[in-house]
Write a protein that binds this ligand. Structure first.
Ligand code: ADP
Length: 374
């Protein structure tokens, strides 16, 4: 991995070293490279290094561990704490032979690499320095892109939230006007007119539920909610009570294993279980009573929940597609839905640092699995 910026023949280097012979060795090694130009500043103490680094930004800081006014780690801390100024600069720690612990400590604190004095006197200096500069720049670019991505994701979520929120009231008004029209003109409307009004009403309801889903979707990462201990037995009891009419309609049965307590976001987990149970009931096999099993496997690191149904199942080709936003495999006319339910589930599981996936055989049923980190 070699990454170069256009002006990368010139490098500003700050050497922080109190032993004159070593300082000479570094300078000689750098000057040997004919096609590269190193502008070198020198400091012999941490105090001096801090003063110089506050006035000028360097491509690389080469920091000796043993300095008269403390250890080099102190200076690395100072550079890392001033991240905005130094975030694309490389830091290379110089240690004595056998000082691995110091090297590890330096890397933990934020150094990009370390070199032993022995390696430097053997001529291994400039190449690792250039590689550290490349790495630091690349790291800084990745961090920049990540920040940009986060910002634009937040903007998008805000936009979806505002848009869906603002769409609610005109839609509510359209619905009221339709109701008024139907009531006032009932006598005058013919069958075809009534059918048109009925279709308008169906579509308004569909749009209302889509807007609700969009709002839920946009709120998952944006709404402030504290994690808490949640008894999944209790949570499932409440959910199955809420689903009583749908269970009856599907001649269904929901069986639950003994469930654990998890540390998570309560409203989100209610949404997650509700969406998966609702789908298990919705996509039932016609003519067969819906049998749903909710279970859990306890591993050392996480709980692996599953929701198993004996419903329509999903073809192999469609297994990945169903987690895509707005992707539906069924027409509205057959089974109502927005195509956002599983996208919401996926987001919720990811918010709990888990994974969501499905196993299914068409015509026989599906099992949705998800993990929640302990
Ligand atoms: P919706 O149910 O609103 O369409 P979802 O995102 O919840 O949206 O589901 C996406 C698609 O995945 C559904 O349209 C359906 O075709 C399929 N699906 C989801 N759950 C099941 C299930 N338990 N059995 C069979 N198909 C399912």
């Amino acid at each position: 991995m070699i990454y170069r910026t256009p002006d990368s023949k010139n490098f500003d280097i700050l050497l922080v070293e109190d032993t004159l012979e070593d300082m000479d060795l570094y300078v000689r090694s750098l000057k040997k490279k004919e096609n590269l130009n190193f502008n070198i500043e020198k400091a012999t103490t941490i105090k001096q290094a801090i003063e110089i680094s506050e006035k000028q930004k360097f491509d690389c800081y080469v920091v000796d561990y043993h300095l008269p006014d403390g250890d080099g780690i102190k200076f690395i801390h100072h550079l890392i704490d001033n991240k905005n100024h130094h975030k694309d600069s490389a830091i290379v720690m110089v240690t004595g032979q056998g000082d691995e612990e110091t090297a590890v400590e330096a890397l933990k604190v934020g150094a990009d690499d370390y070199l032993t004095k022995k390696a430097i006197s053997d001529g291994i200096f400039v190449q690792p320095l250039l590689a550290a500069i490349d790495r630091a720049r690349l790291k800084s670019q990745i961090a920049h892109y990540q920040e940009e991505l986060e910002r634009s994701n937040n903007e998008l979520a805000d936009f979806a939230h505002t848009a869906s929120h603002d769409l609610k009231s005109p839609l509510r008004r359209i619905k009221s006007y339709c109701d008024i029209l139907e009531e006032d003109s009932r006598e005058r409307l013919n069958t075809e007119d009534k059918q048109i009004l009925f279709r308008i009403d169906t579509n308004i309801n569909r749009m209302q539920s889509l807007i609700e889903q969009l709002l839920t979707f946009s709120l998952i990462n944006n709404q402030k909610e504290e994690k808490e201990d949640i008894d999944i037995n209790q949570l499932l009891l409440e959910i199955t009570n809420d689903f009583e009419p749908q269970i009856k309609e599907a001649c269904g049965q929901i069986n639950c294993n003994n469930m654990p307590c998890v540390y998570g976001y309560k409203t989100r987990l209610i949404q997650l279980f509700s969406n998966l149970i609702s789908n298990a009931l919705k996509y039932k096999n016609p003519g067969i009573n819906a049998l749903i099993q909710v279970g859990v496997e306890d591993t050392q690191t996480h709980y692996r929940f599953f929701i198993k149904d004996n419903g329509l199942g999903i073809s192999k080709d469609n297994l990945d597609k169903i987690f895509t936003d707005f992707k539906r495999l069924h027409a509205h006319e057959d089974i109502e839905g927005s195509g956002l339910g599983l996208s919401i589930c996926k987001k919720i599981v990811e918010k709990h640092n888990g994974k969501l996936w499905v196993e299914s055989t068409q015509g026989e049923g599906s099992t949705f699995h998800f993990t929640i980190i302990k």
